[in-house]
Design a protein around this ligand. Structure first.
Ligand code: UDP
Ligand code: LCN
Length: 803
């Protein structure tokens, strides 16, 4: 379809826009493609050269137009532009040098042209084409991209509209759902033998409400129970007369005048969840001595805290339903016989501070059955997962004494195993990505063959496609994880369409408008991360020990001896991955003399001896850190602790830094969420965090912390230096940021809030799963099965451990 350029850009700006696009924007010879940032930068130079600021031609509509161009493919006399006109919405156009019309082309054509541009000997084959769009021609779909991330609301609306428009059909489903409801093998809620139809349910409900309202002995729950049973209502409606009455009234409302609020409220009271499986196969999963190892970071912290908080929440949820059931949570991971001082070789490990949560470990096996002894990088575990899922299923069934009520996958491997378990057991599946690799590495799809040897992205991205299209619901920690920001693409959004030339062309990989996406940010363990001001809860000995190791003697685990320990510390803690950019922070600090005179730098990361690291990327970062320290003469200004801190020490270290008027800096080049930022905020430590990724939804810039650009060193260090200067001028400046950060963390980021929402999602999506079994979903399942067998399995089996 032809479109006039004037429908995007003012008439008088078109000649200059064309001049910019065809002459000003110069791709490099081996990369005939410009990305959003390149385009913006080049346009800035172009307008400067044309003297826009000095009264030359104004190019405001061209600037607006270009701000939405995500990619440009250069074909000499023609260009192909990918325009992201809103979040999650892209259109592609072809533009000729001589024409002032643009031709809209399909996304499929866009991908095909891109493949032509990047054709090479390695990827000359025709790729297989993946298109999942037809499977989404059913059910509810969001329209407004700004509502993506609150799928539950849309789903409630959709289902309550159905209840009100087709009451015969939907009331029957609700009735059957209640009638079939079991937990731990016990029939709950409704006795189908006594209440045989929707009409009978309505009649019994009336009698029941009448009885409860007039009940003279509301404390006598045994007598109430007998009467309710006589009316056909079994256990599970509430733990008191009032609670039961509320629940029955909600059901009455729902049958008579349904709306989204009543539906969610009613479903949230149904005791549906008591056994939960949290799946995280790869890596070292344990409670001590695992953080900071390759592949093992925030995900482990997240899952352990989630399990603890969920147990508390479910216990209370079941109690309020009137049931005496102890919830059980199993964290399924890999058993690694060569455990290197961790507990990774134990089959079953109780989770500390819980009653009934365990880590269940199942080994990977070689094809002939031998257990794999050693740790394997998360990029190489793919050939083991099918068998692992089958064996883990048996172990889960045995430990739970039946099926779980919810399966939660974590990261690509956990989500794939979660999918296999959910398919096999018919249990509702939730996915949590933590961080998708695809957008972490520039051109991980286009240049997939360059990454393949080390990362095997072709397998991982297929696993992601399978799992994200099968999940009943997906939790993300931020909204931008799904749909990005105005200027950057979301992690899930990057799966909408992409090409891996010569391998696969994905024209529709995920439907972001499906209501499965929900944003629920995590919290922190508030037993460990609490404000520095709560002195009575702190362990003085631990604090003194940490202070000594930072501000006093140098030992074999640390580098640097602070010449002026009285200065406030700038603190950071992370694995020494390149993307965490701790070396960038050291470089920025080293270059800024003023900052060095105002504050010290304290970094907790990795090990000091590169030979003690197994990870090539980490070794390179260690070497770089030394180089920066020596080049800038940082030893008197910086302390680098090269060891992992135990959780309790991590909690206290933020407070020790806060005691001294310090700050926390998280300088990652990209961070999916960033638990350390939240930990610092909960401790009352002012935070500076990367503007790239999730932190921009944790922090309100210059209010509850600062967002920094970690790639512009002067800007990053300047923001921190300005802060310390402001603190010197106004002693309350530090306190203001400390208090506002703490308030924001407590009001928005807690596990209590998280568990309430996760449990509601499970119930609402659980009902939906039950109420809408349809053909399209079954076909989707068959299609992803094919993908799994023919594509994923085929490629995975070529890796060590495969066929
Ligand atoms: N952590 C720790 N000790 C260390 C290093 C890290 O306890 O020596 C913890 C840190 O407190 C945080 C987690 O590891 O809870 C890192 O999570 P984050 O989300 O910040 O990053 P990830 O490692 O997942 O990329
Ligand atoms: C993985 C990451 O990269 C972090 O940004 C998250 O905070 C962590 O997982 C927990 O979800």
């Amino acid at each position: 379809m032809q479109k006039k350029l004037t429908s995007f850009v003012d008439d008088n700006e078109i000649p200059l826009l064309l001049d910019f696009l065809f002459n000003g924007l110069k791709p490099s010879a081996d990369l005939p493609l410009s990305l959003h940032n390149d385009i913006q930068l080049a346009f800035r130079h172009f307008t400067e050269a044309h003297g826009e600021a000095a009264g030359g031609p104004r190019l405001s509509s061209a600037r607006r137009y270009l701000a939405k161009i995500q990619e440009i493919l250069h074909f000499g006399d023609s260009l192909v532009l990918l325009r992201r006109h809103r979040r999650a919405n892209h259109r592609a156009y072809r533009l000729q040098r001589t024409a002032s019309d643009v031709e809209e082309i399909t996304i499929r054509d866009f991908l095909t042209l891109k493949e032509q541009l990047f054709a090479s000997e390695e990827n000359g084959r025709e790729p297989i084409e993946i298109n999942l769009a037809p499977f989404y021609d059913y059910g509810p779909s969001l329209r407004d991209p700004d509502t993506i991330g609150n799928g539950i609301r849309h789903l409630n609306r959709y289902m309550s509209a159905n209840l009100s428009q087709s009451p015969e059909k939907w009331n029957l489903r609700l009735y059957e759902f209640l009638k079939l409801h079991h937990l731990h093998g016990t029939q709950l809620l409704l006795d189908g033998a006594t209440v045989g139809s929707v009409e009978e349910l309505e009649n019994s409900l009336e009698d029941c409400v009448d009885f409860l309202e007039r009940c003279e002995d509301p404390e006598n729950l045994a007598a109430i129970g007998r009467k309710l049973e006589h009316l056909g209502f079994l256990r599970g409606w509430g733990d008191s007369r009032d609670r039961m009455l509320e629940t029955f009234l909600l059901l009455q409302d729902l049958l008579e005048q349904p709306n989204e609020v009543t539906l969610e409220e009613f479903l949230s009271r149904i005791p549906m969840v008591s056994k939960v499986a949290l799946i995280s196969p790869h890596g070292w999963f344990g409670q001590h001595n695992v953080l900071g190892r390759p592949d093992t970071g925030g995900q482990v912290v997240y899952i352990l805290d989630q399990a603890k908080a969920l147990e508390d929440f479910l216990r209370e949820d079941l109690r309020r339903a009137g049931l005496d059931i102890t919830p059980k949570i199993l964290i399924l991971t890999r058993l690694i016989p060569e455990h290197e001082g961790t507990t990774s070789n134990l089959r079953l490990e109780p989770v500390e501070q819980t009653e009934n949560c365990f880590i269940l470990r199942v080994p990977f096996r070689e094809k002939e059955g031998r257990v794999v002894e050693h740790w394997i990088s998360r990029f190489r575990i793919w050939p083991y997962l099918d068998r692992y899922a089958r064996e883990a299923e048996q172990e889960l069934l045995a430990e739970f004494g039946g099926r779980p009520d919810l399966i939660v996958g974590n990261y690509s491997d956990g989500n794939l195993v979660g999918t296999l378990l959910s398919k096999s057991l018919g249990v509702i599946q939730c996915n949590i990505a933590h961080a998708l690799e695809k957008s972490k590495y520039l051109f991980s799809d286009l240049y997939w063959h360059r990454f393949e040897e080390e990362y095997n992205f072709s397998i991982q991205f297929t696993a992601d496609l399978i799992a994200m299209n099968h999940a009943n619901f997906i939790i993300s920690s931020t909204r931008q994880e799904i749909t990005g920001t105005e200027t950057s693409i979301g992690q899930y959004e990057s799966y909408q369409f992409f090409t891996m030339p010569g391998l696969m062309r994905v024209t529709s990989g995920i439907n972001l408008f499906h209501p499965r996406f929900n944003v629920i940010p995590p919290g922190v363990n508030e037993e460990i991360f609490f404000p520095y001001t709560e002195k009575s809860r702190r362990d003085p000995a631990r604090g003194a020990e940490l202070a000594r190791s930072i501000f006093e003697d140098e030992d074999e685990n640390s580098i640097g001896r602070l010449a002026r320990p009285e200065l406030p510390p700038i603190f950071s803690i992370a694995r020494l991955d390149r993307i965490k950019n701790l070396t960038g922070l050291a470089e920025a600090y080293g270059r800024n003399e003023e900052l060095r005179s105002r504050a010290n730098l304290v970094v907790v990361a990795s090990v000091l001896n590169p030979e003690h690291s197994k990870d090539a990327e980490e070794q390179a970062e260690i070497a770089r850190m030394y180089e920066i320290i020596e080049r800038h003469g940082l030893r008197p200004h910086m302390r680098w602790l090269g060891r992992r801190l135990a959780k309790e020490e991590t909690g206290e270290i933020y407070r020790v830094i806060a005691d001294r008027g310090g700050v926390f800096v998280q300088p990652a080049l990209f961070e999916a969420f960033g638990l350390t930022i939240l930990e610092a905020m909960h401790s009352g430590l002012p935070v500076f965090a990367t503007a790239f990724g999730g932190p921009s939804e944790i922090i309100v810039d210059r209010q509850s912390g600062f967002l920094i650009n970690p790639t512009v060193y002067e800007e990053m260090s300047g923001t921190v230096a300005d802060f310390f200067a402001a603190c010197e001028a106004d002693p309350d400046h530090w306190l203001g940021f400390s208090e506002r950060g703490l308030r924001r963390a407590r009001e928005n980021f807690t596990w209590g809030l998280y568990c309430r929402r996760l449990t509601r999602l499970t119930k609402v999506y659980g009902f939906w799963k039950y109420a809408t079994s349809n053909l399209a979903k079954a076909r989707m399942s068959q299609y992803t099965h094919l993908l799994h067998q023919l594509f994923y399995g085929e490629r995975a089996n070529r890796l060590p451990g495969g066929r």
